[in-house]
Design a protein around this ligand. Structure first.
Ligand code: A3P
Length: 330
């Protein structure tokens, strides 16, 4: 009780002191900078997650900057790890949104009342069967200590910044409407948002520092962090699905390969299959998100319909500046 009161006092104090900024041209400051990254100003869930979550060695955690393919990676991870429990025609993926099967720690679990009874309460986490599957959008540096020191594994997905930026631009205004209660909210123009994104002033940003943090860990601790690129997954899904299965200690047998299990999983988790499921057409993940908003067109290079060549040029310079020499490219 006392510690919760202390946490509330601390959150209020931090809210006064930390840098804040607007988001997509919002009238109020909606983002606050904590430990070098931007979050919603109502950020106590982040601190609660950091201080209360206890990782288990068998946990598997999907990590990502938002809008980089999290939903896809969750559905693949769930299908791979549950393939001996549920036959493909009975998989819970047919009746649940992937975010209900691989829950986001800081928002779905530690974010308070979500309005979705399928999402577990923090007190129920120890009862979940192992391996527990979770996700987080936090940068590596801000993950709870127990995630870093335990043997739990992290699967990180990233995506080229231009498609990521456009996906943010089309997705987050709906959330801003909900949190501000301003149904008429219209985002600023995309040129301004482009500048903010490049400056790192975007939810869970800066983008490049987020990506590089996990990239470095994947090089230093290859058994702990597996790094995916959305574009690579699109280009050669079966190679990456195999890699994922090996990484989590559940490789496909030759018999499974011959029976086409990998292709079956890829088809099940494809955007077209998931988008057409009733649960993803009509359900809601929480007070804030309808399931259908997680599936748009899932294209590589779709940014060309929204951004100019000169923006792309500027982004390429930034990519060079931020990633040059790291071995990572887009
Ligand atoms: P677009 O907005 O470019 O279409 P996240 O899951 O991290 O929120 O990322 C959302 C992006 O992934 C969206 O991109 C969405 O359409 C795409 N996506 C969702 N499910 C997918 C799937 N099963 N396969 C490929 N892309 C998917």
């Amino acid at each position: 009780e006392t510690s919760l009161v202390n946490e509330e006092v601390e959150v209020e104090h931090l809210k006064q002191c930390l840098p804040k900024t607007t988001w997509m041209g919002s009238k109020q400051n909606l983002l606050i900078k904590i430990q070098d990254f931007w979050y919603l100003t109502n950020f106590s869930n982040i601190l609660t997650f950091q201080t209360h979550f206890l990782a288990q060695d068998t946990d598997l955690i999907v990590a990502s900057f938002p809008k980089t393919g999290t939903t896809w990676l969750k559905s693949l991870l769930f299908s791979i790890t549950n393939r001996f429990v549920n036959p493909p025609n009975k998989t819970p993926l047919l009746t649940n949104n992937p975010h209900e099967l691989v829950c986001d720690l800081e928002t779905a679990i530690y974010g308070g009342n979500t309005g979705n009874s399928k999402l577990p309460h923090p007190n129920q986490l120890n009862e979940l069967p192992s391996p527990r599957l979770f996700s987080s959008h936090l940068p590596y540096s801000s993950l709870p200590e127990s995630v870093k020191v335990s043997s739990c594994k992290i699967l990180y997905i990233c995506r080229n910044p231009l498609d990521t930026l456009v996906s943010h631009w089309l997705f987050f205004p709906k959330l801003i409407k909900k949190i501000t209660g301003d149904e008429n909210f219209q985002p600023s123009n995309i040129e301004d948002f482009f500048e903010d994104f490049c400056q790192g002033e975007v939810i869970y940003g800066p983008f490049f520092e987020h990506v590089v943090g996990y990239w470095k860990q994947s090089l230093e601790q290859p058994n702990k962090v597996l790094f995916f690129k959305y574009e690579d997954l699109k280009e050669n899904p079966s190679a990456h699905v195999k890699k994922l299965a090996e990484f989590v200690g559940m490789p496909f047998s030759t018999q499974e390969e011959n029976e086409g299990v990998i292709e079956e999983i890829i088809d099940l988790c494809s955007i077209n299959t998931l988008k057409d499921l009733e649960v993803n057409k009509s359900g809601s993940l929480s007070h804030f998100f309808e399931n259908k908003t997680f599936f748009r067109d899932g294209e590589v290079g779709g940014w060309t319909r929204y951004l100019t060549d000169s923006m792309a040029e500027k982004m390429n310079e930034l990519i060079e500046q931020k990633l040059g020499g790291s071995g990572l490219s887009f």
